[in-house]
Design a protein around this ligand. Structure first.
Ligand SMILES: Cc1ncc(C[n+]2csc(CCOP(=O)(O)OP(=O)(O)O)c2C)c(N)n1
Ligand SMILES: [Mg+2]
Length: 292
C-alpha cells in the first residue's frame, strides 16, 4: 500500500467538540499540519465557534480570533495590517469560515478584501448549510437537498452558488478546491497557498454527518464520491485565468454520491437526472476554462 506523506505535527488536540465523523475536524487537522504554528486563524461564527472549546482549554494550538459572522475578510485584513506594523511579515493569517459566512452573509467583506488583494488565506469550510444553528439552507446547499428550511415537501429549488467562479473573477493569485479524501492534494494546496502573497482561497468540501444524514464513518467515502461523480471536481485557478484540473480516472454516476445521503433520499429519478445533467454541464464549462 502507498505510504502517504503527512506531517506528524499536530495542532488540533484531543477533546474538541466536533460531532463524530465531522469532515471539517479532519480537514482542520490536515490544514493545521500544512500551515504550521506561525499562523493566526480567524473564525467567523460557525460550528468552529464551538468546536475548539474556550480558552484556556482550546484544542487548537495556534492563536485564534473569534469574529462576527460577516467579518472574515475584514478581520483578516486588520490582523494582517497589525502584524505588518509590528514587523511580522512571516506569520500567516488564515480565515476558516463556513459556507454561510462565505457564500451568503460575509461575501461583502470577502469580496472587498479580495478586490484589494489583501494578504491572507481564506478557507471556506463548506458543509452546504448553516449547520451550527440546525441545518438551515444556504446558497451553498445543492439543488433538491433537504434541510430544515427546505423540507422534503419543498426541497431546495436553486442551484448551488459557484463561489470558485466568483473568487476567480476577483483575479486573486490562487483559488483551489479540496477534500479530505485526497489529503496529500489538500496539503499541497494549503502549502502552495501559504507560499503566495495576496488573497488565496481554498474551497474545502466537508461532509456533515447529522446535516447530510450520513453514518459518521462515511465522511471520507462521501468526499471521495463527490470528486469521482464530478459533483465537486478538484482544481486550481491561478490569477483568475489559469485552470489546472485533477482528472479522476474512476468516474461514477451522481446517483452513487447521492444514494449514501439521507438528505437526498426523497429524490425522484427525474431529479437525479437533472442533477446529473447539471454536473455534466459544469464539468464541460470547467474543461473549456482549462483549455482557454
Ligand atoms: C449576524 C449573525 N446572524 C446569525 C448568527 C447565528 N449563527 C451562528 S453560526 C450560524 C451558522 C453558520 O453557518 P456556516 O457559516 O455555514 O457555518 P457552519 O455552522 O455550517 O459550520 C449562524 C446562523 C450569528 N452568529 N450572527
Ligand atoms: Mg455551513
Amino acid at each position: 500500500m502507498k505510504k502517504m506523506k503527512i506531517p506528524s505535527s499536530e495542532n488540533l488536540g484531543h477533546g474538541h467538540l466536533a460531532c463524530a465523523g465531522c469532515g471539517a475536524a479532519v480537514g482542520m487537522r490536515l490544514v493545521l499540519k500544512a500551515l504550521g504554528e506561525k499562523t493566526v486563524m480567524i473564525f467567523p461564527a460557525s460550528c468552529w465557534s464551538i468546536i475548539p472549546g474556550f480558552w484556556p482549554y482550546s484544542s487548537i494550538r495556534i492563536p485564534v480570533v473569534h469574529a462576527g459572522f460577516v467579518t472574515g475578510g475584514a478581520t483578516a485584513s486588520g490582523v494582517r495590517a497589525a502584524l505588518d506594523i509590528r514587523g511580522d511579515h512571516e506569520t500567516v493569517v488564515a480565515v476558516w469560515a463556513g459556507d454561510g459566512a462565505t457564500f451568503d452573509i460575509g461575501i461583502q467583506a470577502l469580496s472587498g478584501a479580495a478586490e484589494r488583494n489583501e494578504d491572507f488565506l481564506y478557507i471556506c469550510n463548506d458543509n452546504e448549510g448553516y449547520m451550527n444553528t440546525g441545518t438551515q439552507r444556504s446558497s451553498a446547499t445543492p439543488l433538491f437537498a433537504w434541510t430544515t428550511t427546505t423540507p422534503v415537501t419543498k426541497p431546495k429549488e436553486n442551484l448551488k452558488k459557484d463561489i470558485m467562479a466568483i473568487m476567480a473573477d476577483h483575479h486573486i493569485p490562487y483559488a483551489a478546491t479540496a477534500t479530505i479524501a485526497y489529503p496529500e492534494d489538500l496539503l499541497r494546496k494549503v502549502e502552495k497557498a501559504r507560499s503566495i502573497r495576496g488573497t488565496r482561497f481554498i474551497h474545502l468540501l466537508s461532509p456533515c454527518s447529522p446535516g447530510w444524514k450520513i453514518p459518521s464513518e462515511f465522511t471520507v467515502k462521501v468526499s471521495r464520491l463527490a470528486v469521482r461523480s464530478r459533483v465537486f471536481p478538484l482544481y486550481e485557478i491561478e490569477n483568475g485565468i489559469s485552470y489546472t484540473i485533477r482528472e479522476e480516472p474512476h468516474v461514477v454516476p451522481v446517483r452513487e454520491y447521492l444514494k449514501l445521503q439521507g438528505r437526498f433520499s426523497h429524490l425522484t429519478d427525474r431529479e437525479i437526472d437533472v442533477l446529473q445533467e447539471n454536473v455534466e454541464r459544469t464539468w464541460e464549462r470547467l474543461l473549456r476554462n482549462a483549455q482557454a
